[in-house]
Design a protein around this ligand. Sequence first.
Ligand SMILES: Nc1ncnc2c1ncn2[C@@H]1O[C@H](COP(=O)(O)OP(=O)(O)OP(=O)(O)O)[C@@H](O)[C@H]1O
Ligand SMILES: [Mg+2]
Length: 357
Amino acid sequence: MTIIYILYHLWDTLFRRSRTNPFDTATPTLKLQKFSYKELKSATNQFNADNSIGKGGFGTVFRGILRDGKSVAIKKLDAASSLQAEREFQSELTILGSIRSPHVVSLLGYCIEKNKRVLVYEYMPNRSLQDLLFNDGNLNSGCMNWEKRFQVIQDVVMALEFLHNECDPPVIHGDIKPSNVLLDWDFKAKISDFGLSRVKVDRDLSSTTSMRGTLCYIAPEFGGCGYLMEKGDIYSLGVLILVIVSGRRPLHVLNSPMKFEKANLISWSRQLAQAGNILELVDEKLKDAYNKEQVTLCINLALACLQRLPELRPDIGDIVKILRGEMDLLPLTFEFSPSPPSRFYSRSRRKHSEQSL
Ligand SMILES: Nc1ncnc2c1ncn2[C@@H]1O[C@H](COP(=O)(O)OP(=O)(O)OP(=O)(O)O)[C@@H](O)[C@H]1O
Ligand SMILES: [Mg+2]
């Protein structure tokens, strides 16, 4: 009898363990602090507008100082939160609450009280890439030099490498864009905002949604609905790299004196690549103070990430190697040829990566 009991217990434990992954549970696996609303209110001087550091689609981010003196960023979801806001809050809690990486902004805690939802993050003193590049936050930051921009590109690549290749199961961020790239005191970039992220599970229908991501940064295959896959993040990374190099938004708004063909950053970049003149993309504010080899590599890499067929885009492991100079980028013939030589391309690509191993 005792043996049967022990065997049953053993089986039960093993069976349960084999089905468990860090994202199965509705609660985060890392120890997150549970804050009271009162405590967060006093940390932000009653959610004072003077403490506000940014506003997103579902709420406002405040700078706060906790009782122990620690600076934090506090995201308070709007009172009339939608179902989508609640879903994003839960994703942030379960996904970001389960991972720790020097390339990802840490979630420190949360508050759930009646309909109040608040998230507490590590504070990133140099705010977002959006603020830095476009000075939206009225920061008097001046122009970001090329070294800093190149470092940010490398940091974001390392963050995606962590999410796609080191997390098990892989995490797909789903909303890579400048306002979700935050910078710490020495301008090291980390990615934030996992509200639209999904954990990759085979044939996981929960990753199919009606509309996701941010216009201009979403891959074409998600037009309306589609699976959230790694190559979607790679497409957004391509847009992000072009934005960093050019210092402009992906789509130029009206009333700026810009030639029509330049208005769409992606198609303009493709045109410049065809004409063999990609350096025209570089932010004028940089003048000539940039490394031409690095800039050329980044633009060509971005164009590879922006290929319409997801399978032609490099994966994050290849991107790491390309940036380190351990692997060459393939010439981009497909986007410009009338009939896609896709089979030939993917076969030669496989051969190429085998050679570089
Ligand atoms: N941890 C943080 N440290 C410092 N500033 C932050 C932090 N988190 C967010 N911010 C600031 O708050 C702003 C708003 O962030 P939020 O994530 O709410 O919205 P968003 O990314 O701009 O837009 P969206 O709602 O589309 O994601 C960011 O652009 C950034 O400037
Ligand atoms: Mg954000």
